[in-house]
Write a protein that binds this ligand. Structure first.
Ligand code: NAD
Length: 495
């Protein structure tokens, strides 16, 4: 399923945008009546006027979620019944792939072709995977011996608050919603202010699939207001967050200063990609370019630090420059574009300030310029720096844009020391044909996921998340259910 630029444009023009808050199965305005503008970064034009949720709306949404949880309309349905509803939702998402892909592309600038082939089908797949898993999880009986029966059951937590970022709006919401709902919780979701449209549409599709009212509420709004209100709400049992490390730390504070709700954080990254001379260097360069320029570099696990063995440094830099030249930004709706627009002008300014600092502290290999397309200057060339010092800002801080820094190493120990010298530990990649080296260095790399001879390996089957200041807790896989359930012991004496 792929359309031409005029076909995508026609579909975009015909879209009906959902712009109200979704509480208790109904679209409604904010209690304050306030609204905010959502701008299409691809054109700089106003896309929609969205209801601006605040503390009062969050409170209404939490109350609705609590009622739904307590009366058991979802939480006490059998796992098999919940599975059926979530499988219907997965099917509805598949039926609406072009629409959902367009919503994300228009909202935050990503390529619609990627949203239509990766994000939206991914969302359907993740709902399906968690739905299919939920009626195959067995509980435990403890080995107490005769006359005692101790059952250890996994039970839902209650009301889950989910706060997500704008880089993969539909998928980040899905990674939280699929396991949380499958487990029987009720959810209040706050999408990022830059990208609320797909989450609002998803809530409507969930209702169409048969999810009872109040089980999923979506409150668009700003972090300071709606996000903080959810983080501090005394009746939220668990807060799951994906976003920046700075805001993640705030959620720990909110929880500590309110009801000690569980907080699970998926935060920033600065992932290293180590290339050894025995690797397939063309494949390594192809994937290294994908690893940093896919989604405009707005990827938490982006391979933003390329660590190359000194003996192949210049040839790898040449290869990377050639890949970058072929990945210039363009209209996000144009299937010929290789990168889309940055999420907004403010973030474009931030990334450009990193590029300016890189020009002072390293050698610019290519790119480095802001580009205007369709009247919007929220586009940035794929940018590569070499000879970056380990303490340069472009090496240490998460840029969240299409900016790669290349460093060199001479020995395995030096490679590991450079790779692990970071406050983040989300993902790492390693390229070598030497199996012993692949295994021993994978052990020594600090990261939630180490990809060998690829980048960013990811699947519904494997846990995703970080260590250090990249967060804790895992999305995806059966382990994702740990965040949305508690272990409950029921001990019966019958002797
Ligand atoms: P952000 O932290 O600015 O915002 C994330 C969410 O938090 C948004 O919904 C926002 O409204 C809310 N928020 C902002 N300030 C808040 C406050 N004071 N109180 C409560 N809520 C607040 O992050 P972003 O710019 O939207 O996304 C980019 C970040 O997300 C990057 O750091 C990236 O690494 C990270 N990310 C991590 C993962 C992962 O799985 N580890 C995945 C995707 C993105």
């Amino acid at each position: 399923m792929m359309f031409t630029l005029p076909e995508w444009q026609a579909r975009a023009a015909a879209l009906r945008l959902r712009t109200q808050i979704w509480i208790d199965g109904k679209a409604q305005p904010a209690a304050s009546g306030a609204r905010f503008e959502s701008v299409n970064p691809g054109t700089g034009q106003i896309l929609a006027d969205i209801a601006k949720g605040g503390a009062e709306d969050i409170d209404r949404a939490v109350k609705s979620a609590r009622r739904a949880f307590d009366d058991g309309r979802w939480s006490r349905q059998t796992p098999a019944a919940r599975k059926e509803v979530l499988l219907r939702l997965a099917a509805l998402i598949r039926d609406h792939i072009p629409e959902l892909a367009l919503l994300d592309s228009l909202d935050m600038g990503k390529l619609v072709k990627d949203a239509a082939t990766i994000d939206a089908p991914g969302s359907a797949h993740f709902f399906q995977w968690h739905a299919e898993a939920i009626d195959k999880l067995y509980d435990e009986i403890a080995p107490t011996g005769a006359a005692d029966l101790a059952m250890i059951r996994r039970v839902p937590l209650g009301v889950v608050g989910a706060v997500v970022p704008w880089n993969f709006p539909l998928d980040m919401a899905t990674w939280k919603l699929a396991p949380a709902l499958a487990m029987g919780n009720s959810v209040v979701l706050k999408p990022a202010e830059q990208s609320p449209l797909s989450a609002l549409r998803l809530a409507e599709l969930a209702a169409e699939a048969g999810l009872p009212d109040g089980v999923l509420n979506v409150v668009p709004g700003f972090g300071q207001d709606a996000g903080q209100a959810l983080g501090r709400h005394p009746d939220v049992d668990c807060l799951v967050f994906t976003g920046s490390t700075t805001v993640g730390k705030l959620f720990q504070r909110y929880a500590g200063e309110s009801n000690m709700k569980q907080v699970w954080l998926e935060t920033g990254g600065k992932s290293p990609n180590l290339i050894f001379p025995d690797a397939d260097l063309d494949a390594a360069a192809d994937m290294a370019a994908f690893g940093i320029f896919f989604n405009q570099g707005e990827v938490c696990s982006a391979n933003s630090r390329l660590l190359v063995h000194r003996s192949i440094a210049e040839e790898m830099i040449d290869r990377m420059a050639a890949r970058a030249a072929a990945m210039q930004p363009g209209d996000p709706l144009d299937p010929a574009s290789a990168m889309g627009a940055m999420v907004d002008r403010a973030h474009t300014d931030t990334v450009m300030s990193y590029i300016a600092s890189g020009k002072q502290s390293a050698r610019l290999v290519c790119g480095g310029e802001r580009v205007t397309i369709n009247g919007s200057d929220a586009y940035i060339q794929p940018t590569i720096f070499a000879d970056a010092a380990p303490d340069a800002r472009i090496v240490r801080e998460e840029i969240f844009g299409p900016v790669l820094s290349i460093q060199t190493f001479a020995t395995e120990d030096e490679a590991i020391a450079l790779a692990n010298d970071s406050p983040f530990a989300l993902a790492a990649s390693l390229w070598t044909r030497d199996l012993g080296r692949a295994l021993s260095l994978s052990d020594r790399l600090f990261a939630g996921t180490v990809s060998v001879n690829t980048v960013d390996a990811l699947s519904a089957m494997t846990p995703f998340g970080g260590m250090k200041q990249s967060g804790f807790g895992r999305d995806l896989s059966l382990h994702s259910f740990d965040k949305y359930s508690a272990l409950k012991t029921t001990w019966i004496k019958y002797g």
